[in-house]
Design a protein around this ligand. Structure first.
Ligand code: ADP
Ligand code: MG
Length: 462
């Protein structure tokens, strides 16, 4: 019924698939049959990992609709069917798209299929040079990326791209990879986020397999490292990265790095690394102006088959705060709303949506109560116990995770957080936070749990 089973189909995934009919029956009984048919029937239960059920949806409209209407119902139904509490993560899988999915979606040209590179990475076909909109704010980064894709290792080495989150850095990295692989499918492209690099390093150190790790990383023609700021303060990872950097650089291999800040502001980064980062082309991406923002939005609308007028695009570009990711989220919300009402995307609808979701009041961060609630549901420990004083290991763990999330989400002071947790000392809050950061740094499964909890709190977050 779903994809064919392969050797790699895991028992956990089978459990999820096995209970799926039951989940659908439960959740669809809570909504109009038309909506169930339109949205639920297109979900694909992709897998179950460490308490997180991954559900694939065919496009971002479906995802947004499900998130806003029935995510918690789905979570509850799956948990009941499986007999254990799970979190739900929604992922868009364009391949799961069927032609009839959105009445609005135009029939588009088939995306070019890029061969997988030798290390198994295949760049997203959403992120291409031809759909990257350029303006004053990103011209240099774009030009640098194009030059490198044309002749890896020949021009600027390394290319260091920096700029705030959500402004197209990952888009450029994928575009480089894509262009190279289209030309030469066997070219060894490695794309890795600095976080993944650190996690893989730790696990290979634990297993005493540092050499295979080094070999895998070194065997590349182009090394694309995303979100390098992540390794600030992580000395062992920096050491390894330095080693790798030098090896690749000396052998003429191309290196591209992305960061949310310029090299000189990467505090807690080894000076030798910083100066290496600055030794090629350093290109920034700035906040785009309103015209570029609306041009990007119109390009996305075209790709997704959303009928967006220039007037509405300009209005959104002016009124939706935040980065391009937020802007795309706003367009998706608008498209969902218009398809549900069977009404075109008008200025009135856009104004209503902006008022509802992006006015000052609507932008409030998740509250402390919501955070406690999410942790309590996940660990099945009552809120009072999380806020209480018990030192039993599972309760203390849940409490520490709650402290971590509170700090990440609210950015509150340690003192204030201590107060929220029943007048606790601020240093114990800091220790709890550090403890969870360390655990997540050394244990991938645990890191996934924390990430999913964060995402559940902050579905629009980065
Ligand atoms: P970053 O890595 O800088 O955090 P991403 O590359 O993930 O940002 O970009 C966030 C979203 O914004 C992506 O969907 C991306 O396609 C889109 N985006 C950002 N800048 C542009 C641009 N100049 N042209 C087209 N899309 C863009
Ligand atoms: Mg990114």
């Amino acid at each position: 019924m779903y994809d064919q089973l392969t050797f790699e189909t895991r028992e956990e995934d089978l459990r999820l698939r096995g209970c799926w009919e039951g989940v659908l029956t439960k959740v669809s009984s809570m909504m109009a049959p038309k909506m169930a048919e339109r949205f639920l029937s297109r979900i694909r239960p992709a897998g179950l990992h460490d308490g997180v059920a991954v559900l694939e949806v065919p496009n971002s409209f479906n995802g947004e609709w499900i998130r806003s209407r029935c995510l918690s119902d789905l979570q509850e139904a799956i948990s009941e069917e499986l007999g254990e509490t799970v979190l739900v993560e929604l992922r868009v899988n364009a391949a799961a798209r069927r032609p009839e999915i959105t009445a609005m979606a135009e029939v588009k040209a088939q995306p070019v299929v890029v061969e997988r590179s030798t290390n198994g990475f295949s760049p997203s076909d959403k992120y291409r040079f031809d759909n990257f909109v350029t303006g004053q704010s990103n011209r240099l980064a774009f030009a640098g990326a194009k030059a490198i894709a044309a002749e890896p290792g020949k021009k600027y080495n390394p290319l260091f791209i920096y700029g705030p989150s959500g402004l197209g850095k990952t888009h450029l990295l994928h575009s480089i990879a894509r262009e190279i692989l289209l030309r030469d499918p066997s070219f060894p492209v490695v794309y890795i986020s600095a976080q993944q690099f650190a996690e893989e390093l730790i696990s290979s150190l634990q297993q005493g397999k540092i050499e295979p790790f080094r070999r895998a990383q070194r065997n590349v023609g182009i090394w694309l490292v995303d979100d390098i700021q992540f390794i600030a303060g992580k000395d062992r990872t920096q050491e390894e990265l330095f080693y790798m950097f030098n090896h690749l650089h000396q052998t003429g291999k191309q290196i591209v790095l992305c960061s949310d800040r310029p090299p000189r502001e990467l505090h807690l980064m080894d000076e030798r690394l910083r100066s290496r980062f600055e030794s090629g082309l350093v290109a920034d991406i700035q906040w785009p102006d309103t015209e570029t923002r609306s041009a990007i939005l119109l390009s996305k609308a075209h790709e997704e088959g959303v009928p967006l007028t220039t007037q509405v695009a300009l209005y959104l570009a002016e009124h939706v705060p935040g980065n391009i990711r937020n802007l795309e989220g706003a367009m998706t919300k608008l498209a969902v709303q218009s398809s549900l009402n069977d009404h075109e995307i008008s200025m009135d609808l856009a104004r209503e949506m902006v008022e509802l979701h992006y006015s000052q009041a609507a932008l409030a961060k998740p509250s402390f109560t919501q955070i406690l609630d999410v942790v309590s549901k996940f660990y099945r420990i009552p809120v009072e116990e999380i806020r209480g004083t018990s030192r039993k290991a599972p309760i203390a763990l849940a409490r520490h995770v709650a402290v971590y999330l509170t700090r990440e989400v609210t950015q509150g002071s340690w003192k204030h957080i201590g107060h929220q947790f029943g007048d606790r000392d601020h240093t114990s809050m800091m220790h709890a936070y550090e403890k969870i950061s360390k655990m997540a740094g050394g244990d991938r499964d645990f890191a996934n749990v924390v990430r999913s909890l964060l995402r559940n709190l902050n579905p629009d977050g980065q």
